[in-house]
Design a protein around this ligand. Structure first.
Ligand code: ATP
Ligand code: MG
Length: 423
């Protein structure tokens, strides 16, 4: 039997798990504030759900297998394809627009490193069936609200338009997918080779200049010039989107025509967020507008979505020293001497029933060892149950942060314990 974790997977201890859950809770609350509702889809799907339209990047990274019935299945590498499948089968009967989010693990066979794993967690949100401008604005605004709520500040939100690039390339989907993929990965030797194969070597220079364009509105005009002949529709659209986002309080956007989402299904506005603190694996979110329902045989419907990498946003928060609202144990109950055991257990029950999180010594240790333990698990209050205080109807309560100790009746202790300091 192998006792090592599979490569690229993680174990998360209690402290780390608490931080991950805190970030997850913040993202969920932000989604709820924006009227998004949670849905859940299976971890395994039919393989062809992902091979149909996800693009070369994702197909190479799929974990796929045959089940005992001989079916070709895959572990999900992302949520969007599953959401669209679910939409076509059922969700489309709901009143529009459909605003949903999901949180869960996804799997990609990648080269593992810090921030890049083979199993990781995504927070995914989608709007289906709203007009593009309205839907896009809502989705971009939610992504920005998620970052604000978590408290990470050193992040760059960059918006581009993949539709213009696709219009310029005018290639059949397969060839286009490859060119877009190499542009996304900034793999210029592979890009050059692919363009040469397609007899489009002359496009290399304008394409490479185009993906370097980044900044204010002037960038959009330069982009239109470089992609001569494609018109300005997508660029005008981005200006309209920026104007609408202003009404959401989003003040300035950075345009980045180098945002080239690798997945084939992106067709319009695309956007990414990165945190420069994370080094090489700095992208914490990616998203955009796409048309996937048609690919699966449904009627065309506008869709926009994004996915945060939960692991990376937790790393970004840690790198910035963001204080996350991690729940702590309210009370650690310490019986002072064996005869106090019964009374201490009674107090423990009273606290737990009153909604206070409370724990008690299970190992029969002395008071000082117990206080060490209470500090190590970051409890807030130590409740010392001793004979002298009990005779007065009280317990000694030590605040483990300030070190201050006072005597409190049980009701007063409960009142104190439920007043939890904000993180
Ligand atoms: P990258 O260019 O870093 O591979 P991607 O374009 O493949 O990212 P998406 O498919 O847009 O990423 O997934 C959304 C988010 O999921 C990313 O922005 C990133 O934060 C996170 N993510 C992607 N791949 C991994 C991974 N292997 N491990 C951890 N997080 C990941
Ligand atoms: Mg990737």
């Amino acid at each position: 039997m192998s006792v090592e974790r599979p490569r690229g997977t993680n174990d998360y201890g209690p402290e780390e798990m608490a931080r991950r859950r805190a970030v997850e809770a913040i993202l969920r609350e932000a989604a709820h504030r924006f009227g998004f509702r949670e849905v859940s889809t299976p971890t395994i799907e039919h393989l062809d759900l992902f091979t149909t339209k996800s693009g070369p990047g994702i197909v190479e990274e799929l974990y796929s297998f045959k089940d005992k019935g001989g079916r070709d299945l895959a572990l999900r590498p992302e949520f969007t394809a599953s959401i669209v499948r679910f939409y076509l089968a059922e969700l489309r009967n709901l009143p529009k627009p459909i605003k949903v989010y999901s949180v869960g693990n996804v799997f990609r066979y990648e080269e593992p490193q810090k921030g890049r794993y083979r199993e990781f967690t995504q927070f995914n949100a989608e709007v289906i069936g709203a007009p593009a401008l309205q839907g896009d604005a809502e989705v971009v605004a939610l992504a920005i609200e998620c970052l604000r709520s978590v408290g990470v500040r050193d992040v760059h939100v960059r918006i581009g338009h993949i539709g213009m690039l696709r219009a310029f390339l005018k290639l059949p989907p397969e060839d286009q997918g490859k060119v877009v993929h190499w542009l996304d990965k900034r793999n210029f030797p592979a890009l050059k080779a692919e363009l040469a194969r397609l007899g489009l070597a002359s496009l290399e220079t304008p394409l490479r200049q185009y993906i370097e364009l980044k900044g204010g509105t002037e960038v959009l005009d330069k982009g239109a010039k470089l992609l001569s002949g494609v018109g300005t529709e997508g660029f005008e659209y981005l200006k309209a989107l920026a104007a609408r986002l202003k009404l959401y309080g989003v003040e300035h956007l950075t345009y980045d025509l180098g945002v080239v989402r690798g997945l084939d299904y992106y067709t319009g506005m695309v956007f990414e967020v990165d945190s420069p603190n994370l080094g090489a694996e700095k992208q914490v979110m990616g998203g955009g507008a796409y048309s996937l329902a048609e690919v699966f045989g449904g009627d065309p419907v506008p869709q926009t979505g994004f996915a945060f990498g939960l692991d990376r946003i937790v790393l970004a928060a840690e790198a910035e020293g963001v204080k996350l609202p991690v729940p702590r144990l309210d009370c650690y109950v310490v019986p002072i001497g064996e005869p106090m055991q019964t009374k201490a257990l009674e107090i423990l029950q009273t606290l737990r029933r009153a909604g206070v999180s409370a724990d008690i010594d299970l190992l029969g240790r002395g008071p000082s060892k117990n206080l060490d333990y209470a500090n190590a698990i970051r409890a807030r209050l130590a409740v010392l149950v001793g004979d002298a205080e009990l005779k007065k109807g009280r317990v000694a309560v030590k605040d483990l942060d300030s070190g201050k100790q006072e005597e409190l009746a049980l009701e007063a202790l409960i009142a104190r314990a439920v007043q939890r300091p904000k993180a």
